[in-house]
Design a protein around this ligand. Structure first.
Ligand SMILES: Nc1ncnc2c1ncn2[C@@H]1O[C@H](COP(=O)(O)OP(=O)(O)OP(=O)(O)O)[C@@H](O)[C@H]1O
Ligand SMILES: [Mg+2]
Length: 258
């Protein structure tokens, strides 16, 4: 039996390095033998799979939104009377969306918008399925799209740690405050809300970060190799152990108790 320890959410403004951080966080936990992990890409951009070295097309896996749209459009569910919507949907998603890695993690992509119309059913079902599946993993790690809008979908309702990755702008500090408030307002529980300097965050702003009402854990070092790997579509799991970015992420996570 796996002891489920919780959900980790990585959030922040666009391009601050959220997906790279998510990948290095997963790598760090994997190297420590903390497994299995479920990685959830909730960004419609769907770039996390590549960063972590999965070719979803080759694996014949589609995003949750794609599978759900198909189910709802084809009215497949109508033929399965007597079950809750979630029970009907779950086996399809398990089969067609969940990538089961041989490595230390599984992966799922939430994908882009649902079909036109009401989001309530798919969002609620996805939330229930996440709760159900989550208990099979030591940690569920969610990479978020930029901004705060996604929080309203409440796909995760109970979170252990939130990491907000900052860029050097007032907007970034504002984003941290806003997403904190929205999470409180929409009743997403969390134990810790951390802020982390992204790779473009200068040392000179660290004092300001420390004055925020959130725990500042340090900054992610800039690393040209990350850019190179991302450009070439190479997995960040293969970055050299000595990568300054990876080393800085490790320190940040140690501070957070990982
Ligand atoms: N530590 C780093 N050093 C140098 N470049 C980095 C670092 N981390 C990320 N980058 C670069 O910054 C860009 C954005 O990174 P990433 O995709 O991780 O950010 P993001 O916050 O997930 O973006 P989005 O908001 O689009 O999802 C990429 O080109 C990436 O290569
Ligand atoms: Mg991203």
């Amino acid at each position: 039996m796996v002891e489920h320890k919780g959900t980790i959410v990585v959030t922040g403004r666009g391009g601050t390095g959220k997906s790279s951080f998510t990948t290095l966080l997963s790598r760090y936990l994997g190297e420590k033998g903390v497994e299995p992990l479920l990685l959830v890409d909730s960004d419609p951009d769907e770039s996390l799979a590549e960063m972590i070295g999965i070719d979803l097309e080759k694996q014949k896996k589609r995003s949750i939104a794609d599978v759900l749209s198909e189910i709802l459009e084809e009215r497949k569910m109508a033929r399965m009377s007597g079950m809750t919507p979630t029970d009907k949907i779950e086996p399809f998603l398990f089969q067609e969306s969940l990538y089961e890695g041989r490595n230390f993690f599984d992966f799922i992509g939430v994908g882009t918008k649902w079909i036109a119309g009401c989001y309530c059913l798919p969002d609620r079902s996805l939330g229930q399925i996440m709760d159900m599946w989550g208990t099979n993993y030591e940690y569920v790690i969610v990479d978020s799209p930029a901004g705060v809008e996604h929080l309203n979908r409440r796909i995760t309702k109970k979170v252990k740690d939130v990491f907000n990755i900052l860029d050097p702008s007032k907007k970034s500090f504002d984003n941290a405050a806003r997403s904190y408030k929205i999470m409180k307002d929409v009743d997403i529980e969390f134990d810790n809300y951390y802020i982390v300097g992204g790779y473009r965050f200068p040392k000179s702003l660290e004092k300001q970060a420390e004055e925020q009402p959130f725990t500042y854990l340090g900054k992610i070092e800039e690393d040209p190799e990350i850019m190179e790997y991302n450009l070439e579509g190479k997995s960040l799991l293969d970055l050299p152990e000595t990568s300054p970015a990876y080393q800085s992420v490790k320190k940040i996570l140690e501070k957070a108790g990982y």
